[in-house]
Design a protein around this ligand. Structure first.
Ligand SMILES: [Zn+2]
Length: 347
Protein backbone atom coordinates (compact mmCIF):
# COMPACT_ATOMS: atom_id res chain seq x y z
CA UNK A 1 0.00 0.00 0.00
CA UNK A 2 2.73 2.40 1.05
CA UNK A 3 4.81 1.41 -1.95
CA UNK A 4 1.87 2.16 -4.23
CA UNK A 5 1.52 5.60 -2.72
CA UNK A 6 5.23 6.32 -3.16
CA UNK A 7 5.09 5.08 -6.75
CA UNK A 8 2.11 7.25 -7.55
CA UNK A 9 3.83 10.27 -5.99
CA UNK A 10 6.93 9.65 -8.10
CA UNK A 11 4.77 9.28 -11.19
CA UNK A 12 2.94 12.53 -10.43
CA UNK A 13 6.23 14.34 -9.92
CA UNK A 14 7.57 12.93 -13.18
CA UNK A 15 4.46 14.05 -15.05
CA UNK A 16 4.80 17.53 -13.57
CA UNK A 17 8.42 17.72 -14.70
CA UNK A 18 7.47 16.56 -18.19
CA UNK A 19 4.62 19.06 -18.51
CA UNK A 20 6.82 21.89 -17.26
CA UNK A 21 9.62 20.87 -19.62
CA UNK A 22 7.04 20.81 -22.41
CA UNK A 23 6.00 24.39 -21.69
CA UNK A 24 9.58 25.57 -21.30
CA UNK A 25 10.52 24.00 -24.60
CA UNK A 26 8.36 26.30 -26.72
CA UNK A 27 10.35 28.66 -28.88
CA UNK A 28 9.21 32.30 -28.86
CA UNK A 29 6.71 33.22 -31.54
CA UNK A 30 4.93 36.49 -30.99
CA UNK A 31 2.97 36.14 -34.20
CA UNK A 32 1.07 33.18 -32.78
CA UNK A 33 -2.61 33.32 -31.85
CA UNK A 34 -4.08 34.24 -28.48
CA UNK A 35 -7.18 32.81 -26.79
CA UNK A 36 -9.73 35.30 -25.48
CA UNK A 37 -12.00 33.09 -23.38
CA UNK A 38 -15.65 33.99 -22.90
CA UNK A 39 -17.45 32.91 -19.75
CA UNK A 40 -21.09 33.48 -18.92
CA UNK A 41 -22.59 31.93 -15.79
CA UNK A 42 -20.42 30.36 -13.12
CA UNK A 43 -23.07 28.24 -11.43
CA UNK A 44 -24.81 24.87 -11.36
CA UNK A 45 -25.51 22.74 -13.26
CA UNK A 46 -23.01 22.75 -16.12
CA UNK A 47 -24.80 23.58 -19.36
CA UNK A 48 -24.50 25.56 -22.59
CA UNK A 49 -23.93 28.96 -20.94
CA UNK A 50 -22.90 27.76 -17.49
CA UNK A 51 -19.57 26.56 -16.14
CA UNK A 52 -19.59 25.11 -12.65
CA UNK A 53 -17.23 26.63 -10.05
CA UNK A 54 -15.28 23.35 -10.00
CA UNK A 55 -14.90 23.29 -13.77
CA UNK A 56 -13.87 26.94 -13.85
CA UNK A 57 -11.19 26.18 -11.26
CA UNK A 58 -10.10 23.21 -13.37
CA UNK A 59 -9.85 25.46 -16.45
CA UNK A 60 -7.44 27.73 -14.56
CA UNK A 61 -5.37 24.73 -13.45
CA UNK A 62 -5.22 23.36 -16.99
CA UNK A 63 -4.26 26.71 -18.48
CA UNK A 64 -1.56 27.19 -15.88
CA UNK A 65 -0.11 23.70 -16.36
CA UNK A 66 0.04 24.23 -20.11
CA UNK A 67 2.02 27.43 -19.77
CA UNK A 68 -0.75 30.00 -20.25
CA UNK A 69 -0.59 33.19 -18.20
CA UNK A 70 -3.22 35.88 -17.60
CA UNK A 71 -3.01 39.28 -19.19
CA UNK A 72 -5.67 41.95 -19.52
CA UNK A 73 -7.29 42.81 -22.81
CA UNK A 74 -5.87 46.33 -22.45
CA UNK A 75 -2.33 44.91 -22.47
CA UNK A 76 -3.11 42.98 -25.64
CA UNK A 77 -4.50 46.10 -27.31
CA UNK A 78 -1.49 48.15 -26.20
CA UNK A 79 0.79 45.36 -27.49
CA UNK A 80 2.48 45.36 -24.12
CA UNK A 81 2.89 41.72 -23.20
CA UNK A 82 5.27 41.31 -20.29
CA UNK A 83 5.39 37.58 -19.70
CA UNK A 84 8.16 35.14 -18.94
CA UNK A 85 9.85 33.56 -21.94
CA UNK A 86 8.12 30.42 -23.14
CA UNK A 87 4.69 31.28 -21.74
CA UNK A 88 1.52 32.18 -23.63
CA UNK A 89 -0.92 35.00 -22.86
CA UNK A 90 -4.58 34.20 -22.32
CA UNK A 91 -7.43 36.68 -21.74
CA UNK A 92 -10.50 35.97 -19.60
CA UNK A 93 -13.81 37.71 -20.27
CA UNK A 94 -17.09 37.40 -18.35
CA UNK A 95 -20.35 38.52 -19.94
CA UNK A 96 -23.67 39.64 -18.49
CA UNK A 97 -22.73 40.25 -14.80
CA UNK A 98 -24.58 37.16 -13.57
CA UNK A 99 -24.56 36.50 -9.78
CA UNK A 100 -22.09 33.60 -9.82
CA UNK A 101 -19.37 35.75 -11.36
CA UNK A 102 -19.00 37.93 -8.27
CA UNK A 103 -20.87 37.35 -5.02
CA UNK A 104 -20.37 38.57 -1.48
CA UNK A 105 -21.46 36.39 1.41
CA UNK A 106 -21.94 37.32 5.03
CA UNK A 107 -20.46 34.95 7.56
CA UNK A 108 -19.85 35.54 11.28
CA UNK A 109 -20.58 39.20 10.95
CA UNK A 110 -18.06 39.85 8.19
CA UNK A 111 -18.51 40.18 4.47
CA UNK A 112 -16.32 38.20 2.14
CA UNK A 113 -16.13 37.22 -1.50
CA UNK A 114 -17.90 33.92 -2.12
CA UNK A 115 -15.07 31.43 -2.77
CA UNK A 116 -17.39 29.69 -5.25
CA UNK A 117 -17.92 32.78 -7.38
CA UNK A 118 -15.61 33.43 -10.33
CA UNK A 119 -13.78 36.29 -8.60
CA UNK A 120 -13.35 34.17 -5.45
CA UNK A 121 -11.99 31.24 -7.46
CA UNK A 122 -9.66 33.49 -9.44
CA UNK A 123 -8.32 35.23 -6.35
CA UNK A 124 -7.68 31.92 -4.56
CA UNK A 125 -5.89 30.49 -7.59
CA UNK A 126 -3.77 33.60 -8.10
CA UNK A 127 -2.78 33.51 -4.42
CA UNK A 128 -1.56 29.93 -4.91
CA UNK A 129 0.15 30.62 -8.24
CA UNK A 130 1.23 34.26 -8.29
CA UNK A 131 3.09 33.71 -11.56
CA UNK A 132 -0.25 32.94 -13.27
CA UNK A 133 -0.67 36.71 -13.49
CA UNK A 134 -3.95 38.49 -12.94
CA UNK A 135 -6.62 39.90 -15.18
CA UNK A 136 -10.06 39.54 -16.67
CA UNK A 137 -12.68 41.83 -18.18
CA UNK A 138 -16.21 41.91 -16.81
CA UNK A 139 -18.79 42.98 -19.39
CA UNK A 140 -21.47 44.18 -17.02
CA UNK A 141 -25.10 45.16 -17.55
CA UNK A 142 -25.85 48.13 -15.26
CA UNK A 143 -29.47 48.53 -16.37
CA UNK A 144 -30.60 44.95 -16.93
CA UNK A 145 -33.36 43.34 -14.93
CA UNK A 146 -32.60 40.74 -12.26
CA UNK A 147 -30.49 38.67 -12.00
CA UNK A 148 -28.07 40.23 -14.51
CA UNK A 149 -27.96 43.73 -13.13
CA UNK A 150 -24.41 44.24 -11.82
CA UNK A 151 -24.12 40.76 -10.28
CA UNK A 152 -27.51 40.91 -8.54
CA UNK A 153 -26.63 42.29 -5.12
CA UNK A 154 -27.74 45.95 -5.19
CA UNK A 155 -26.19 46.67 -1.80
CA UNK A 156 -22.73 45.65 -3.06
CA UNK A 157 -22.85 46.97 -6.63
CA UNK A 158 -20.45 49.82 -6.03
CA UNK A 159 -18.15 47.79 -3.84
CA UNK A 160 -17.82 45.12 -6.53
CA UNK A 161 -17.05 47.48 -9.38
CA UNK A 162 -14.51 49.31 -7.23
CA UNK A 163 -12.97 45.99 -6.19
CA UNK A 164 -12.55 44.91 -9.81
CA UNK A 165 -10.86 48.14 -10.85
CA UNK A 166 -8.55 48.22 -7.83
CA UNK A 167 -7.52 44.57 -8.16
CA UNK A 168 -6.26 44.53 -11.72
CA UNK A 169 -9.46 43.59 -13.53
CA UNK A 170 -11.26 45.56 -16.21
CA UNK A 171 -14.89 46.59 -16.59
CA UNK A 172 -16.17 46.37 -20.13
CA UNK A 173 -19.21 47.83 -21.88
CA UNK A 174 -21.96 45.39 -22.81
CA UNK A 175 -24.62 48.10 -23.34
CA UNK A 176 -27.07 49.26 -20.70
CA UNK A 177 -29.37 46.21 -20.83
CA UNK A 178 -28.03 43.86 -23.49
CA UNK A 179 -29.57 45.61 -26.47
CA UNK A 180 -29.27 43.91 -29.83
CA UNK A 181 -27.52 46.81 -31.55
CA UNK A 182 -28.37 45.58 -35.05
CA UNK A 183 -32.01 46.42 -34.42
CA UNK A 184 -31.79 50.04 -33.36
CA UNK A 185 -31.28 53.46 -34.95
CA UNK A 186 -28.19 55.51 -34.26
CA UNK A 187 -29.58 57.50 -31.33
CA UNK A 188 -30.61 54.38 -29.43
CA UNK A 189 -27.32 52.61 -30.11
CA UNK A 190 -25.31 55.58 -28.86
CA UNK A 191 -27.54 55.98 -25.79
CA UNK A 192 -27.16 52.29 -24.87
CA UNK A 193 -23.38 52.51 -24.96
CA UNK A 194 -23.06 55.93 -23.30
CA UNK A 195 -25.56 55.19 -20.57
CA UNK A 196 -23.82 51.98 -19.57
CA UNK A 197 -20.75 54.08 -18.89
CA UNK A 198 -22.80 56.71 -17.02
CA UNK A 199 -24.10 53.99 -14.68
CA UNK A 200 -20.64 52.48 -14.17
CA UNK A 201 -19.24 55.92 -13.34
CA UNK A 202 -21.80 56.33 -10.57
CA UNK A 203 -19.75 53.71 -8.74
CA UNK A 204 -16.30 54.27 -10.23
CA UNK A 205 -15.96 57.95 -11.10
CA UNK A 206 -14.23 58.69 -14.41
CA UNK A 207 -13.90 55.00 -15.30
CA UNK A 208 -13.81 54.65 -19.07
CA UNK A 209 -14.76 51.32 -20.61
CA UNK A 210 -12.06 50.62 -23.21
CA UNK A 211 -13.79 47.75 -24.91
CA UNK A 212 -17.33 46.76 -25.88
CA UNK A 213 -18.60 43.20 -26.13
CA UNK A 214 -21.44 43.23 -28.63
CA UNK A 215 -24.60 41.66 -27.16
CA UNK A 216 -25.39 38.56 -29.26
CA UNK A 217 -22.33 39.51 -31.32
CA UNK A 218 -24.61 41.84 -33.30
CA UNK A 219 -23.00 44.85 -35.01
CA UNK A 220 -24.88 48.13 -35.37
CA UNK A 221 -25.66 49.37 -38.89
CA UNK A 222 -22.60 51.63 -38.69
CA UNK A 223 -19.74 50.40 -36.51
CA UNK A 224 -18.52 53.96 -35.87
CA UNK A 225 -21.59 54.59 -33.67
CA UNK A 226 -20.12 52.41 -30.92
CA UNK A 227 -16.46 53.27 -31.40
CA UNK A 228 -16.71 56.84 -30.22
CA UNK A 229 -19.17 59.59 -29.64
CA UNK A 230 -21.29 61.35 -27.10
CA UNK A 231 -24.78 60.79 -25.73
CA UNK A 232 -26.60 61.40 -22.47
CA UNK A 233 -23.91 63.94 -21.59
CA UNK A 234 -21.17 61.29 -21.72
CA UNK A 235 -18.24 60.91 -24.08
CA UNK A 236 -17.24 57.35 -24.89
CA UNK A 237 -14.62 55.69 -27.05
CA UNK A 238 -13.79 52.03 -27.49
CA UNK A 239 -10.50 50.58 -28.65
CA UNK A 240 -11.94 47.16 -29.41
CA UNK A 241 -15.19 45.35 -30.14
CA UNK A 242 -15.58 41.73 -29.12
CA UNK A 243 -17.60 39.13 -30.93
CA UNK A 244 -19.18 36.07 -29.28
CA UNK A 245 -17.30 33.45 -31.30
CA UNK A 246 -14.64 33.05 -33.96
CA UNK A 247 -11.84 31.04 -32.34
CA UNK A 248 -8.42 32.20 -31.21
CA UNK A 249 -7.49 35.81 -31.99
CA UNK A 250 -4.59 36.78 -34.23
CA UNK A 251 -1.48 38.12 -32.54
CA UNK A 252 -1.73 41.87 -31.89
CA UNK A 253 1.53 42.16 -33.87
CA UNK A 254 -0.02 40.50 -36.90
CA UNK A 255 -1.44 42.30 -39.94
CA UNK A 256 -4.69 40.40 -39.49
CA UNK A 257 -5.31 41.73 -35.98
CA UNK A 258 -8.47 43.84 -36.21
CA UNK A 259 -9.53 45.31 -32.88
CA UNK A 260 -13.03 46.04 -34.20
CA UNK A 261 -13.55 42.34 -34.83
CA UNK A 262 -11.95 40.46 -31.95
CA UNK A 263 -12.98 36.81 -31.94
CA UNK A 264 -13.51 34.86 -28.73
CA UNK A 265 -13.67 31.25 -27.65
CA UNK A 266 -16.71 30.26 -25.60
CA UNK A 267 -15.32 28.66 -22.49
CA UNK A 268 -17.46 25.56 -22.50
CA UNK A 269 -16.02 22.07 -22.14
CA UNK A 270 -15.97 21.14 -25.82
CA UNK A 271 -14.67 24.39 -27.31
CA UNK A 272 -12.01 24.89 -24.67
CA UNK A 273 -10.79 21.31 -25.04
CA UNK A 274 -10.70 21.75 -28.83
CA UNK A 275 -8.49 24.83 -28.68
CA UNK A 276 -6.17 23.54 -25.97
CA UNK A 277 -5.68 20.41 -28.02
CA UNK A 278 -5.23 22.47 -31.18
CA UNK A 279 -2.33 24.40 -29.64
CA UNK A 280 -0.84 21.22 -28.15
CA UNK A 281 -0.82 19.70 -31.63
CA UNK A 282 0.19 22.90 -33.42
CA UNK A 283 2.62 24.65 -31.07
CA UNK A 284 3.84 26.80 -33.96
CA UNK A 285 0.42 28.48 -34.11
CA UNK A 286 0.56 29.52 -30.47
CA UNK A 287 1.73 32.92 -29.24
CA UNK A 288 4.82 32.27 -27.15
CA UNK A 289 6.47 35.15 -25.36
CA UNK A 290 10.18 35.94 -25.69
CA UNK A 291 10.31 37.33 -22.16
CA UNK A 292 11.15 40.83 -23.35
CA UNK A 293 8.27 43.33 -23.40
CA UNK A 294 10.28 45.63 -25.67
CA UNK A 295 11.00 43.05 -28.36
CA UNK A 296 8.77 41.20 -30.81
CA UNK A 297 10.29 37.84 -31.64
CA UNK A 298 9.01 36.34 -34.87
CA UNK A 299 10.03 33.31 -36.91
CA UNK A 300 11.90 34.57 -39.99
CA UNK A 301 9.60 32.58 -42.27
CA UNK A 302 6.60 34.54 -40.95
CA UNK A 303 8.17 37.98 -40.93
CA UNK A 304 5.83 39.16 -43.71
CA UNK A 305 2.85 38.67 -41.38
CA UNK A 306 4.09 41.40 -39.06
CA UNK A 307 2.12 44.64 -39.17
CA UNK A 308 3.93 47.69 -40.50
CA UNK A 309 3.54 49.99 -37.54
CA UNK A 310 4.58 48.92 -34.09
CA UNK A 311 4.48 51.13 -31.01
CA UNK A 312 7.74 52.67 -29.85
CA UNK A 313 10.14 51.26 -28.50
CA UNK A 314 9.36 47.78 -29.80
CA UNK A 315 12.12 46.18 -31.81
CA UNK A 316 11.73 43.15 -34.03
CA UNK A 317 13.87 40.07 -33.42
CA UNK A 318 13.89 37.30 -36.00
CA UNK A 319 14.20 33.69 -35.03
CA UNK A 320 15.74 31.46 -37.68
CA UNK A 321 14.39 28.12 -38.83
CA UNK A 322 14.46 25.40 -36.25
CA UNK A 323 16.73 22.45 -36.58
CA UNK A 324 14.94 19.24 -37.45
CA UNK A 325 13.91 17.20 -34.43
CA UNK A 326 16.51 14.63 -33.42
CA UNK A 327 15.45 11.00 -33.92
CA UNK A 328 13.34 9.88 -30.99
CA UNK A 329 15.69 7.07 -29.98
CA UNK A 330 18.59 9.42 -29.29
CA UNK A 331 16.58 11.83 -27.15
CA UNK A 332 17.74 11.79 -23.56
CA UNK A 333 16.74 13.85 -20.57
CA UNK A 334 19.77 16.14 -20.85
CA UNK A 335 19.42 19.84 -21.35
CA UNK A 336 20.81 19.90 -24.90
CA UNK A 337 17.87 17.80 -26.11
CA UNK A 338 15.38 20.06 -24.38
CA UNK A 339 17.04 23.14 -25.80
CA UNK A 340 16.82 21.91 -29.39
CA UNK A 341 13.55 23.71 -29.99
CA UNK A 342 15.21 27.06 -29.45
CA UNK A 343 17.98 26.57 -31.97
CA UNK A 344 18.58 29.61 -34.08
CA UNK A 345 16.99 31.98 -31.61
CA UNK A 346 18.47 35.45 -32.08
CA UNK A 347 18.60 37.42 -28.89
ZN1 LIG B 1 -24.18 39.03 -23.24
Amino acid sequence: MKLLLVLSLILTAALLVVSFAGAAELAPNELGRVMILEYHKIDYPEERWTRTPENFRRDLETLYAKGYRLINLGDLLDRRIALRAGTTPVVLTFDDSSPGQFRYIEANGSVQIDPKSAVGILEAFIAEKPDFGRGGTFYVLPGASKPNRLFNQPEYEGRKLQYLVSHGYEIGNHTLWHANLAKYPEATVRAQVAEAQVWIQRHVPDYRTRTLALPHGAYPTDVSWVLRGSAKGMNYSHDALLMVAGGAAPSPFSRTFDPTRLPRIQAVERDLAYWLNYFDKNPGERFVSDGDANAVTVPTARRDRLRDELPHPLKVVERGPERPEPPVLTVTQDSSARGAGRAGRVR
